[in-house]
Structure formats: C-alpha cells, structure tokens
Design a protein. Structure first.
Length: 709
C-alpha cells in the first residue's frame, strides 16, 4: 500500500477475492496471435480482447471509449476464476465489446505497466492489491478506478462485475468532461507525489550501522513467535527479510529466521513429495497453500535454505535445497537450458488435485506400518485437511502432506519410513495429469535461478547444478543479449522475443552472471556483468536522486516509477545497490561506488518506515558499511580445489574473484606461485599470506571467521 496518499473519485473503488477454473470454447480473438501463455488462455473468450499496444489505444481514442485493463499471469488462481465466471459469459462479453476497449496484459511480460496501475489501485483504495487487477482507464491511459476479483453477480455487499461495468459506463456517458478533468487532476497528484517521494533520501538519516541494528527489533516485532513468518494470517515466504535476519549475527534474529525456515519446510507450502515451494499459504501454520509454483520463489528459497545449511549444518536444510533444485531441473527447464516461469495450481480444473491425497488412496499404496507413520507424522486423516472453498463442486477429504512432528525431531527409523513413503508417492504423482507449465522464459527470473544454481553447485560440490547454471546462462546470453547494442530482451518463447527494456531483467541477470563468475571465475562472465551494469545505468538510473526506475521512458507509461518495497522479487534499486557495490570491489571503479551509495541513500527513509519490506536493501546497506573480504584465486592448476574450499565457510559479504579480465589493478598484480593456483585473502589493500593448498585456505577462512565474531 502506498503510504500517505489517498484519492477521492466519482467512481467506487472495488476489490475482493473468490472461485475456480475455465473451459476453452468459441472463436479465437486477437490474443490467439500472442506468445504469452496467459494471453493465450484468454484467446477463445467472447470478449474482444486486445493486447497492450497502440492498436487498442487508437481504438479507444477514436471511439471515445473507456479502457478495461485486465492484468494477471498464467498461474493466477483468481484470474482463472474470473475468466470462467465473467470473461466467458456471453452477456458480459457483449456489454464489454459494445462499451469498452478491453485489454489483457501479462504482468510478467510488462512489470512496469503492471506496477503503474497496481500503484494507482493501491493509492485509490488503500488496499494491498492483487491479481487479477482490473483497472478502468481513460482513452489516454490515465487510471480512473478499478478492483481485483469481481464476482459474477452482486454478492455479500460487493457489486458483481456486470453491475460495476454498468455503473462505470453510465458515469462516463453522463459526466464525461468531469471524469476527464478528474483524471487529469488525479494523474497530476500522483505524479507530483511520486516525484517528491523519489527525490527524498530519508532527511537527516545517514547510512550507518545503527540503521541496520534498529531495523532488527522492528522486524522481529512482526514475526509470528510460534509459526514464523511475518504476521499471523496468510503468509508469503518474503525471503529477503529472512536472509537479512539470518545473516545479521543477532541471536534472536537468526533464531527467528531459522524457525521460519523449519516451519515452512515442514508445512504444506513445501511439496514434500516432489520438491519445490508453492506460492504462499492461506493460513498461519503454512499448511494450506495456493499450489502454483513460481521460478522466482524456488531461486530465492534455494539461497535462503543454503544459508541456513551453511550456518547450522542441519542436513534437513540441505535436503530442501536439493529438493528445490531437482524439481526445477525436472519440471521447469527448457531442453536447451533456460528456466520456465511457473507451474499452475490447477490440474484437470481442480486446485491442488495433483498434489493431494485421500486416506483411501494412501491406504491402497502404503503398508499398514507406513499408514501409521502417515497418520501420526504426516497428518493424514479420513476427513482430510483441505477443501477448495471456491470450487462449487470441491473434491472431498483431501490431505495435504505436512510434518505434524518436526522433521528435525524424527528418529532414524521414522526418517527412513517417511523417505520410503515419499518415494512411493512420487511414482504415482509422476503418472497423474500435471499442472500446466508457463513455458515462457524471462531474463530476470532466469538471473535469479542462474545465481542460485551456481552457488548451490559450488557450495554442495554438485557439478550438475553448476552445469545447469551455465547452460541457462548460455541460453539467455545467446537469445536475449545483443552484443553490439548492449541491450537485453525481457521475454523469449518459441523463438519470439519481447525487447521491452525492464530494469528487473538487467539487474537480476547481472546478479546471476556475477554469481556464476564467482563460482567459476570465467572472465567473460565478469565482462558481461559490467556490460549489463553500464546498460542499466544508461536506461534506468536516476542521476539526480539515485535509484533505478522500473522501466525505460516510454509513451505508453503514464508514470515512470521506482519500486519501493520488496515484493515477491526484491525491488530493483535494492538489487542494484548490492551488485554495483560488489562490482566496485572487483573492478575498483569509483563510478560504481557512487551509484551504489546514492541508491542506498535514496532509500533510507523507506528503510526507517518499513524495514520488513526492505530486506534486500538492508543487506545492501550492511555490505556497504562493512569491509568485505576479497578472495582472489590466481592461476588455473588447482583452482577447483581452492574454489571448493572457499565455500565451506559461510561469509555473505566475501567476494571470490580471479586476477584476469576487468579487475582492479591491485588484483591483477596478484600472481600464482610456481604454476599453482594461489589464493589471496584481501581487505582493502592488505592481504593475508598467500596459500596454495585447499586445506590451508579452509583453515585460514575459519580463523578469519572466528576472529570477526
């Protein structure tokens, strides 16, 4: 929600949530020519949908009609519901086709457009928002009013979608001049508000350790003391803030983060049978999820659980990391290496059907002893623990498997039994109708997963994960990156590329490329990372105030915004602050230092206002305040052994680099010893004595870690 801003409007502002799937019938509309899986889901609606673009805008201007902008994504449960109930309804479609210009937008293809209208909705309603987002715009794209899910008829005091359409159309027909005047005024207010917000840097606040330290108790006050996670209702992983706590060294913060990790991995939000995390839980206990699985969640949670494993040594955390990674390699990987976006929550039109079990199904598959374990440890019962309240014909007595007894408390025999159960169930799951896969490939989300796979492969000494990171990186570099223009495409699917410039794409692919460089020390990766950084500055950096805009300047953006708080993905400026700080350490470039510092300063006010929404920026701030160690490995013979040794000690601020390519002059002068790869640990211009043996490097890093505590 946008703080400190509220708009009044001729229209009501509408919002809500509720029900299920859809059948595909009828003649194709314009969306049939699109590549987005989400738009293609709507290609057979009777609604005369347009994709976002000039053709639709021109029609609205020429015919003086309001625009319905309906935004969602392919795995969105409530998007499926509203399609089935309203957009496949011929009467609703006829009214829309006669009185509105209807536009469908995949938020994952144009996150900059989505953010503009989601921000407008939040400002109008003082609600947090969600998808589907249905906004009504003037012909010149200014927002008027909108909502999220609308039911098909008036229900429980909430107007149905037909009622909303008629109300808005009537106001437009009777008070058009007043509506247009109001839209201009509201747009001016919003523009002025965000320009002011984006020019503020926290007043008298200065980057300091106290800003970091004071954030920790504020965040801890919001954490569920029993079940972990933020708040006590519906829960999202919110990885950045828990990585910040986990890396803080504060005992209470670390324990809160570890409790959250344990609760999540024991809950139904984690797919206990096949690996991977679902999007979020609808309850306090992480038991009942919405079942879609998103690539960005898998990548960030891999890194969170990798942190937890390195800090504690608990094998259960490592198992979760491997479970996620193996799920991604099995179900979300293009044959040539890129990573797909997501898997749906539904299969055969039913939410969670692929993932759940009745007691009868389990009894037919498991032995009596295994069923006893399933009931006592995995929470299986005859009545089940999940029913889809939004489904008019829900499947009865479904069980979501979760650990009633924490997996860390299981005996060896119990662990063996549970493992055997999951193995049997995985074989059956593999024969079920799977959820649909959104097989578009985004540079941004691939950047997240490339970084997670590279680090996982290096830390766990598992070559298949490093290989997967490299293959995906080659996929993106070869299909998305134009070497001559230094421009990065945003989306690829079936050979078709979307070249819209999104800061998220540049910065997350930069982060993934940099992590791959640290895992392999190939200088070409560092060269690409620098190229991405330079292009991101040219396209998105606010030279006056610091920070990065979400999109480039475009005529179809009525507002150009910077992200404020972390959502499912960290805000662009937070990613940039850390990546430019790291690149400055590697290259010695002062311009990268200045960009990182200016970006952090521009967000200090927001950190103070809501630190729980600024986990990534807090990690960037902490990195900038400390003197990060640089582990330079010069030479090739024995390099792999030194790289493996370097990852055995957890230090979130240590940078690993080679001595070749666009590194600083100081680094380039560090040379190998007698043809053997040699490791130098340096802080600033001071280095420890060089070592050539992996055992010596491990011992040195352990000693330095103990000295810093």
């Amino acid at each position: 929600m946008i703080s400190g801003m509220r708009w009044t409007c001729l229209f009501l502002a509408f919002s809500g949530a509720a029900a299920l799937g859809s059948e595909k019938t009828g003649k194709p509309n314009r969306l049939a020519k699109e590549k987005s899986p989400y738009l293609l889901q709507h290609a057979y609606n009777p609604v005369d949908w347009y994709p976002w673009g000039e053709e639709a805008f021109e029609k609205a201007r020429k015919e003086k009609k309001l625009i319905l902008l309906s935004v969602g994504y392919s795995t969105c449960h409530w998007c499926h519901v509203m399609e089935r109930e309203s957009f496949e309804n011929k009467n609703v479609a006829a009214f829309l086709n006669e009185n509105f210009v209807s536009i469908k937008l995949d938020r994952e293809e144009r996150p900059d457009v989505d953010q503009v209208y989601m921000t407008a909705y939040q400002a109008m309603t003082e609600q947090s928002g969600g998808w589907p987002l249905n906004m009504f715009l003037t012909p010149d794209l200014k927002p008027l009013t909108g909502g999220t899910y609308f039911p098909p008829e008036d229900r429980n005091g909430q107007p149905g979608f037909p009622t909303v359409l008629k109300q808005i159309h009537n106001v437009w027909e009777k008070n058009r001049e007043q509506v247009l005047k109001q839209s201009v005024e509201m747009h001016g207010q919003m523009k002025a508000y965000f320009e002011k917000l984006q020019s503020q840097s926290g007043g008298e606040l200065k980057p300091s350790r106290s800003v970091v330290d004071q954030s920790i108790p504020k965040i801890l006050a919001q954490i569920d003391p029993v079940w972990g996670g933020l708040g006590t209702g519906m829960k999202f992983p919110q990885v950045s803030v828990f990585r910040f706590l986990l890396q803080s060294g504060d005992p209470k913060a670390v324990e809160a983060a570890l409790k959250t990790c344990r609760r999540m991995m024991d809950g139904g939000i984690y797919d206990q049978v096949m690996g991977g995390f679902h999007r979020y839980a609808v309850d306090q206990e992480w038991l009942v999820p919405h079942f879609e699985k998103m690539l960005y969640d898998q990548a960030q949670l891999m890194e969170l659980y990798l942190d937890a494993w390195q800090i504690t040594g608990e094998q259960e955390f490592r198992q979760v990391v491997e479970g996620i990674a193996n799920y991604v390699l099995r179900d979300l990987t293009h044959p040539e290496g890129g990573f797909y976006c997501a898997q749906d929550a539904q299969s055969e039109g039913k939410e969670g059907k692929c993932f759940c079990w009745t007691e009868g199904e389990l009894s037919a598959l498991l032995t009596a002893d295994e069923m006893k374990v399933a009931r006592e440890i995995l929470g299986v019962s005859e009545e089940g623990n999940f029913i889809d309240q939004s489904d008019p014909e829900p499947l009865p007595n479904l069980n979501i498997l979760s650990f009633k007894k924490p997996r860390t408390d299981l005996s060896e025999s119990e662990t063996k039994s549970v493992t055997g159960i999951f193995k049997k169930l995985a074989e059956v799951r593999g024969k079920r109708v799977p959820p649909a896969t959104d097989d578009k490939i985004l540079a941004s989300w691939n950047g997240l997963m490339i970084g997670a796979m590279a680090r996982t492969g290096r830390v766990l000494s598992e070559p298949k994960y490093l290989k997967a990171a490299r293959r995906a990186h080659n996929f993106i570099k070869g299909r998305f990156w134009d070497v001559k223009s230094k421009r990065l495409a945003h989306r690829w699917r079936e050979g078709d590329r979307d070249d819209s410039a999104q800061a998220q794409s540049y910065l997350l692919f930069l982060a993934g490329t940099r992590k791959l460089y640290e895992a392999s020390l190939q200088k070409e990766d560092l060269q690409l990372a620098i190229g991405l950084a330079e292009s991101a500055v040219e396209l998105f950096y606010d030279e006056k105030n610091g920070g990065f805009y979400q999109g480039e300047k475009r005529e179809d953006l009525v507002l150009r915004l910077k992200g404020q708080f972390d959502g499912a993905i960290p805000v662009e400026s937070s990613i940039a602050a850390r990546e430019f700080g790291i690149l400055a350490q590697i290259t010695g470039r002062d311009d990268f230092v200045k960009i990182s510092e200016a970006t952090i300063r521009s967000y200090l006010g927001l950190i103070g206002e809501s630190p729980a929404g600024m986990g990534e920026m807090l990690m960037s701030l902490r990195f900038s305040l400390e003197k990060p160690g640089r582990l330079v490995i010069a030479g090739e013979k024995g390099r792999e052994e030194l790289l493996a040794a370097a990852t055995k000690t957890f230090d979130p601020n240590r940078i690993t680099l080679g001595n070749e390519g666009p590194v600083s002059e100081f680094t380039s002068e560090l040379q190998s010893t007698e043809g053997l790869a040699t490791a130098f640990y340096c802080v600033g211009q001071t280095c420890q004595l060089p070592v050539v043996k992996a055992s010596e490097l491990s011992a040195m890093l352990v000693r330095l870690s103990e000295e810093s505590e």
